[in-house]
Design a protein around this ligand. Sequence first.
Ligand code: ATP
Ligand code: MG
Length: 479
Amino acid sequence: MASKKLQMNFKEVLDKDKIFEIVKQCASDLGIEAYVVGGFVRDLILKRPSKDVDFVCVGSGIALAKKVASTLNANKSVQVFKNFGTASITHKDFNYEFVGARKESYQRDSRKPIVEDGTLEDDQNRRDFTINALAISLNGSSYGELIDPFEGVKDLKRKIIRTPLAPDVTFSDDPLRMMRAVRFASQLGFDIQADTFDSIIKNAGRLKIISQERITDELNKIILSETPSYGFKLLYHAQLLDKFFPELTNLQGVEEKNGHKHKDNFYHTLQVLDNTASLGGDLWLRWAAILHDIAKPATKRFHAKQGWTFHGHEDKGSRMVPKIFQRLKLPLNDRMKYVQKLVLLHLRPIPLVRDNITDNAVRRLLFEAGDDIEDLLNLCRADVTSKNPARVQKYLSNFDLVEQKMKEVEEKDQVRNFQPPISGEDIMQTFNLQPGREIGIIKNEIKEAILDGKIKNNREEAYEFMLEAGKKLNLTITS
Ligand code: ATP
Ligand code: MG
């Protein structure tokens, strides 16, 4: 429809980057139509800078990519995905994707569609949301014109996520789109239109045909958005969250007994997550927030006097992390260990707030947290979710005091990156020993003495201490 094709002209924007003129020329030489499409166009209108540009052409995307690459002198950077009929070029920080317009038809139990060549309209029909189905012409006299068959621009203005076709068709064809709907809502701060949302609830069970890697990719993007709690609430109400993360939905609910109530740990956790986000936390600090109370249901007890307790939830929670990471296909590497460590230690800074706290307790925590100590303190700050602003302020300034105290102790004792001042070699030489258990015992005693503040963290004091420790083990010193 002509009126929908002429809504806006992007010629000026396209003129700012020579790639568009190049694609136009190459497509024209090949005698095919080409368009900029999808996320790049959406982000252009939203003024979100983007380094990924998708091009669709009515013809071979691979042939167009090759021609563009040779014009750019970037032949080496072309990657061809023959099975998908796509090709990409990386050039000066940018990533250009080329695909031939296609028509897709799906069968019920598979995400793998039957793909045929199609028109631009067919291609726009198979896109996930109206705001992602926008295209800009790179052809002849229509160069720069927006093609918006589903009122995507209007939805951008109304801040709405909506499918181009009937939502049941779009979601049933590819259930990953349900995760994408929530992801875009969370990243952009948009609503999901009511029919679209109802259809997600209806189709939530179909998420099971999607690989966990792809679900987790979308989940991580939700976690990295500005207010991740919004995305999680959408996932929860859409009944998607329990399909892949039941440990988290199990946190929901409040129980009351004899007038004792505990807080709703699901909403508390989401608040902590938002707090880590506003403190600038990266993906892994945010994962620590998501998992910090994950073992509360498993450790919940009721005592007549104390009310509800969750003793040991930090320890059990930390032990639950590997299984959750494995199932969600998150990396089982040092990032996982970091999350485990923060979950395990997340209660430890709290008692350090008292004035009469010893240097020993501070020193031990520094030793255990090592370089993650600042992140641990930020997790603790994020964990303050009282509704009383005065109380929040008091807790937060308490953590500032703890941080100050930690700095003082660290300056004195340097235990944050603890290196034993006396090596195993030293011990073997001093007592003329072969490798054996005594060496470990003595090393450990030296470390404990330093952490307990009995001796300073330096070679002289540690050496004296070692001689004493050896004596107690009836070792003789070689002269
Ligand atoms: P971003 O790159 O910021 O994540 P995007 O919209 O560019 O956002 P991509 O995953 O890069 O998202 O996909 C590019 C375009 O391809 C989308 O805008 C959309 O038009 C289309 N698309 C991607 N995945 C799907 C899908 N599962 N179903 C339908 N269309 C999709
Ligand atoms: Mg993209």
